[in-house]
Ligand binder design. Structure first.
Ligand code: CP3
Length: 352
């Protein structure tokens, strides 16, 4: 049987070079939260869509906002427009995004509450996300890779248990200490559904996957092993058993030194580094592993622009020269970022 077209065209995707052991100068670049409120054209579509979740579940509009930063900046990768909280929403938890308040969920606080989650109910919502992916695979320039993603079970669980964003993720940490088996059951549900969700994204045309573990840094080492490393390893194994060639990037934000052990244990192909990782360490720490390093400019430098942005960008590029590297931020673009600073960053990275 003939291979589908997208496989035939994968050679033209610069984002895949470092995963294939090919070092390029300049390195490929994309930015976390490259679609979003800092772009006037995003705000326009967002208003038209109604709520944030309506936008995520509307394949035509979600594909459109995914493409917006590609048109402006020509990044080497587009990231599917969706959210890590679509998973609890699809499971039936009930997720709302209140203006100015961030996400609100009906909290799940005990093993008894887990019966509210219906893994089989995810089908129709995951299908809408897969449709967005399929549209994007058609509409993206042939040299632009498409990144699919999910939140890691630990990070998604922190929102499910707290019922909202929190500064210390205390509700989930307390549950995990008090009732290890109950919390493990929640993590297990998330591992299984994430394998399914990511698999659907790959089948629909995603070229690379990223697993966002924004709150990994809230856990001490033994807890990090149990709730971050082990579940991520199971997801990587589960996705790769069906799709052995799909590169997976892990982003265990705040994990510090444990990022090394995360890389060797989970089997991820790439490691997203947060802003706290010194660039000389990004260059050296992962050399014994065949791991692609991604990061790690401070997103606030994109707010400031000018000399501070240039200086730090060049420093990161110098230290990562000759390595298997993807230029990115250490966390997502913030809404007050002037779009022209993003254009300048791309120009600097590409040798301007
Ligand atoms: O361009 C992209 O990066 C693709 C889409 C994307 C979004 N969220 C869109 C979004 C991705 C990959 C995410 C990941 C995500 N979502 C994470 C992990 C990465 C990180 O930033 O740490 C987390 C923790 C979430 C959960 C989430 N989504 C919160 C806490 C919030 C509210 C705070 C905020 O930034 O607004 C969101 C909303 C959200 N997700 C927006 C966007 C563009 C803003 C919604 C709006 O338009 O009002």
């Amino acid at each position: 049987m003939a291979k589908p077209f997208r496989h035939a065209s994968k050679q033209s995707l610069r984002l895949l070079d470092p995963f294939n052991g090919v070092v390029t100068s300049p390195p490929p670049i994309w930015l976390m939260r490259q679609a979003g409120r800092y772009l006037p054209e995003y705000r326009e579509v967002r208003t038209k869509a109604g709520g944030f979740l309506d936008l995520c579940y509307n394949p035509a509009l979600a594909a459109e906002v995914t493409l917006q930063p590609i048109r402006r900046y020509g990044f080497d990768a587009a990231i599917l427009f969706a959210d890590i909280l679509l998973v609890p929403d699809a499971l039936g938890q009930g997720v709302r995004f209140a203006e100015g308040e961030g996400p609100l969920l009906d909290p799940i606080t005990s093993a008894a509450d887990l019966s509210r989650l219906q893994p089989s109910a995810t089908r129709s919502k995951y299908a809408l996300v897969a449709e967005t992916v399929a549209r994007l695979r058609q509409d993206l320039p042939k040299e632009t890779a498409l990144i699919g993603f999910c939140g890691a079970p630990w990070t998604v669980a922190t929102y499910m248990v707290e019922g909202r964003g929190s500064k210390d993720q205390a509700a989930a940490r307390l549950w995990a200490y008090r009732d290890r088996d109950g919390f493990q059951s929640l993590i297990d549900i998330l591992v299984e559904t994430s394998i399914d969700y990511l698999g659907q994204q790959v089948k629909a045309g995603a070229d690379v996957l990223q697993i966002f573990d924004t709150w990994a840094g809230a856990l001490p080492d033994d807890e990090l092993d149990r709730w971050v490393v082990e579940p991520t390893k199971r997801i990587v194994e589960g996705v790769k058993s069906a799709h052995p060639d799909i590169p997976i990037i892990g982003f265990p934000r705040g994990a510090g030194g444990a990022a090394l052990w995360y890389v060797s244990e989970t089997g991820v192909d790439g490691i997203g580094c947060d802003t706290a990782m010194p660039p000389y360490m990004m260059g050296e720490a992962f050399e014994d592993e065949p791991t692609v390093v991604q990061g790690n400019l401070d997103p606030l430098l994109l707010v400031v622009g000018g000399e501070p942005l240039e200086e730090r960008t060049r420093e990161i590029l110098d230290l990562m020269e000759g390595k298997r590297f993807i230029f990115n931020l250490g966390h997502g673009i913030v809404p007050q970022t002037p779009p022209e600073n993003v254009a300048r960053l791309v120009e600097i990275v590409r040798g301007g």
